[in-house]
Design a protein. Structure first.
Length: 297
């Protein structure tokens, strides 16, 4: 089954729920960055969270960035989503892999840390993006994102994110869900959702064995719901040679001349996809000449 986001409404529109399945997306991220199992889980959860929030932004060319830094050995975790829910991301130290927790689960909280912030930046094409931050609750990603949504949007939310790593370190399952109550929802709906989420099967097991629609059935048990949208998502990097040249074009002319004088071929790598771009002294001369033409105009 392809990676996708499914959205549904329930209880006459008082509940909105989204489910993401992202095994291939997270596997690509793991392979690109050569992540350890714990780093795969941290990055994968963050990618899924960013995709869920980013795909909900309907403005063309909108983007959303989640940055998490809890002071742990993994460093920063970055995930960027476009308005279609396609994502890219990286972690500072993908090799970090602390011992598992006492219950045998990957210790994402120990890798990420709890002494820091989760920051979400929403860019809808205005002069400045909207940026909000919250202190981390656990470093396990989903709980921290839930706290952000309550603090930033004042919407009662429940979020669960999971990554199942296979014995060969590849990704066996990845995804999660976000369920939100609209203003005016009755207390009985809150009670029903809380009970259903408490009793549901393990998220990654559902993703691996049953698929996205089973998550709806378990979380919204006893409620009538309708799936209203299905949107494919993937790992998609926005880098290009043009972007590299644009970045070089803002460097001071004196620095560009120094780089040309070294007579070396530069190799500039993308943090998100690890693609390498070669820039020759002649390329730098062209960038410098183009910059001079733009100034004259």
């Amino acid at each position: 089954m392809m990676d996708q986001i499914l959205r549904a409404t329930a209880a006459n529109g008082m509940i909105k729920m989204a489910v993401i399945t992202a095994r291939d997306t997270v596997e690509m991220a793991r392979a690109i960055h050569r992540c350890s199992p714990t780093a795969s889980a941290a990055l994968g959860r963050t990618l899924c969270g960013a995709s869920l929030l980013g795909q909900a932004m309907k403005e063309d060319k909108a983007s959303l960035t989640i940055r998490i830094n809890g002071g742990g050995p993994i460093g920063s975790v970055i995930a960027v989503s476009d308005h279609e829910g396609c994502v890219r991301g990286y972690v500072d130290h993908p090799e970090v892999d602390p011992p598992r927790r006492a219950d045998g689960k990957l210790n994402v909280g120990a890798a990420v840390g709890r002494d820091g912030l989760l920051t979400v930046s929403r860019d809808i094409g205005l002069k400045e993006p909207y940026i909000g931050s919250v202190e981390l609750v656990s470093g396990e990603i989903a709980e921290d994102l839930t706290r952000y949504l309550l603090s930033s949007d004042q919407v009662a939310s429940a979020c669960a994110l999971g990554v199942l790593v296979d014995t060969d370190a590849s990704i066996k399952a990845a995804g999660g869900f976000l369920v939100q109550l609209m203003p005016g929802a009755e207390e009985t709906l809150i009670d029903t959702l809380e009970q259903n989420i408490f009793l549901m099967d393990q998220l990654t097991v559902i993703l691996d064995e049953d698929g996205a629609e089973e998550i709806f059935r378990q979380v919204l048990k006893g409620l009538e719901y309708h799936i209203v949208e299905r949107a494919p998502i993937s790992y998609r990097c926005a880098c290009s040679r043009e972007r590299v040249e644009q970045a070089l074009s803002v460097i001071e002319p004196e620095e560009l001349l120094d780089m040309i004088g070294e007579d070396k071929v530069l190799e500039i790598g993308c943090q998100f996809c690890d693609k390498k771009y070669r820039v020759t002294p002649d390329d730098l001369r062209c960038i410098l000449a183009q910059r001079a033409e733009n100034v004259e105009e």
